[in-house]
Design a protein around this ligand. Structure first.
Ligand SMILES: Nc1ncnc2c1ncn2[C@@H]1O[C@H](COP(=O)(O)OP(=O)(O)OP(=O)(O)O)[C@@H](O)[C@H]1O
Ligand SMILES: [Mg+2]
Length: 340
C-alpha cells in the first residue's frame, strides 16, 4: 500500500512489558519484553499479516491494537486519533469499529447462550436497533457466513470447529467493523476447513472493505491472505513488505530461514521460490533475557561483530520494503541529516 493512503490504524514505538515475580518470597522482579517498539500502519481495506515463532509477541501486538491491554509506551492512532489515552466512554465508538476473531472460538463463545444470542449480543450491548431489527440483522449475518437459520437455536458445543469459527466471524461482523484482528483464526481447524474459512474472510473483506491484522505462525496461510506481511522476532519487526516481495525476495536472514521451513508448492507461477541454504537452528531466546545487539544474531549464519553489539533499526531499503539488519544498512555510512 502506498504511503499516500491515510492509514486506518497506525502504531508508533509500541511497547508492552509484563512484570514477573521471581520466587515465593518476591525476589527481584524481572520483565518480559513481549512487544518492544513496533511501528507500522494498516490502510483501509488492507490485510497486514503478522508472523513469527511462538512467543514473539504477535498476540500481544493484536491486543494492544484493540486496546484490550494498555501499552507500556507508544501510540495507537485510529484515523489520526490517539486512542491510548481515551477513557471508557470515549473508547466506546472505537470498540464498535474494531473487532477480534480468536483462534479457539469455543473458548470465546458463551456456552450458555444460543448461537443467535451470541451473534446479536454486540447489538444489544451497543443499543443498536429494536428486537425485530436485531433479529433481522442476526438472520442476515447467519446467512452471510454460511450458517443455516435453524442453527440460531443451537449452542456453541453443537457446532463443528469450522461452524463455530463462522459463528465467531458473524459476531465480529455484527457492528460493521472497520478493523478486525484475527489471531490464528484457522490454526485450530482441520486442514480441509482452513481454506473455506480463509476464503470467507477474504470474500467478506471484498464486500465490506474492512482491514485485517492477521496474526499467524503459519506462513502458507499468511501468504494466502495478506497484502503486506510483517515478520516479528522477540517483540520487534525485523522485516515488513508486500507479500510477493517477502516470499520471493526476502532480505532478513530470519525471514529467509522461516521460509526455508515452508514446503514450496511444486507448480508456482514464475517457477517457484529460490532455493535457500540457511535453515533456522536453535530456539528463540527468552524475552526476559534478550541477546545484545541484533536479537537474532545468535541464530544468524551471517552475524558479524556489529550485530553482536549494535541493534539494527528498521529502515526502508527500497520503497515499501523495511528491514532491520546490518547486512542491509546500505546507503552512506554517515547520515546526511542528523535525526532531529
Ligand atoms: N499476561 C501476560 N503476563 C506475562 N507474560 C505474558 C503475558 N502475555 C504474554 N506474555 C509473554 O509475552 C511474550 C509474547 O507472548 P504472545 O502471546 O504475544 O506471543 P505470540 O507470538 O502470540 O505466541 P504464540 O504463537 O505462542 O501465540 C511471551 O513470552 C509470553 O509468555
Ligand atoms: Mg499468540
Amino acid at each position: 500500500m502506498s504511503a499516500a493512503v491515510e492509514p486506518l490504524i497506525a502504531v508508533e514505538g509500541l511497547r508492552k512489558s509484563f512484570p514477573i515475580q521471581r520466587g515465593l518470597f518476591g525476589g527481584k522482579a524481572g520483565e518480559v519484553h513481549a512487544v518492544d517498539g513496533l511501528d507500522f500502519a494498516i490502510a483501509p481495506g488492507e490485510t497486514l499479516g503478522l508472523v513469527g515463532e511462538s512467543g514473539c509477541g504477535k498476540s500481544t501486538a493484536g491486543r494492544l491494537l484493540l486496546r484490550l491491554i494498555e501499552p507500556t509506551a507508544g501510540r495507537v492512532s485510529y484515523r489520526g486519533t490517539d486512542i491510548a489515552g481515551l477513557d471508557r466512554a470515549a473508547m466506546l465508538p472505537f470498540r464498535q469499529r474494531m473487532q477480534m476473531i480468536h483462534q479457539d472460538p469455543y473458548a470465546s463463545l458463551n456456552p450458555r447462550m444460543s448461537a443467535g444470542d451470541i451473534v446479536g449480543e454486540p447489538l444489544v450491548i451497543h443499543g443498536i436497533g429494536n428486537a425485530a431489527e436485531r433479529r433481522e440483522k442476526v438472520a442476515a449475518l447467519f446467512a452471510r457466513v454460511g450458517l443455516r437459520p435453524d442453527q440460531q437455536q443451537n449452542y456453541a458445543h453443537e457446532f463443528s470447529g469450522g461452524q463455530r469459527q463462522r459463528l465467531g466471524i458473524a459476531r465480529a461482523l455484527a457492528l460493521g467493523p472497520e478493523l478486525i484482528v484475527c489471531d490464528e483464526p484457522v490454526s485450530a481447524l482441520d486442514v480441509s476447513i482452513r481454506a473455506q474459512i480463509l476464503n470467507l474472510l477474504m470474500d467478506l473483506q471484498d464486500e465490506f472493505g474492512f482491514s485485517y491484522l492477521f496474526v499467524s505462525h503459519d506462513l502458507a496461510v499468511v501468504e494466502h491472505i495478506s497484502h503486506r506481511v510483517a515478520v516479528m522476532y522477540l517483540g520487534r519487526i525485523v522485516e515488513l513488505t508486500d507479500r510477493a516481495t517477502l516470499f520471493d525476495a526476502p532480505l532478513h536472514p530470519y525471514t529467509e530461514a522461516l521460509l526455508e521451513a515452508v514446503p514450496v508448492p511444486k507448480v508456482r507461477p514464475g517457477g517457484g521460490r529460490k532455493a535457500r541454504r540457511k535453515p533456522l537452528v536453535g530456539d528463540v531466546p527468552s524475552p526476559i533475557n534478550r541477546p545484545r545487539g541484533c536479537h537474532f544474531h545468535p541464530r544468524c549464519a551471517y552475524a558479524h561483530d556489529r550485530c553482536r553489539s549494535e541493534e539494527p533499526a528498521l529502515r526502508e531499503v527500497t520503497p515499501g520494503h523495511q528491514v532491520a539488519c546490518h547486512l542491509h544498512d546500505g546507503g552512506p555510512r554517515l547520515p546526511l541529516a542528523l535525526p532531529g
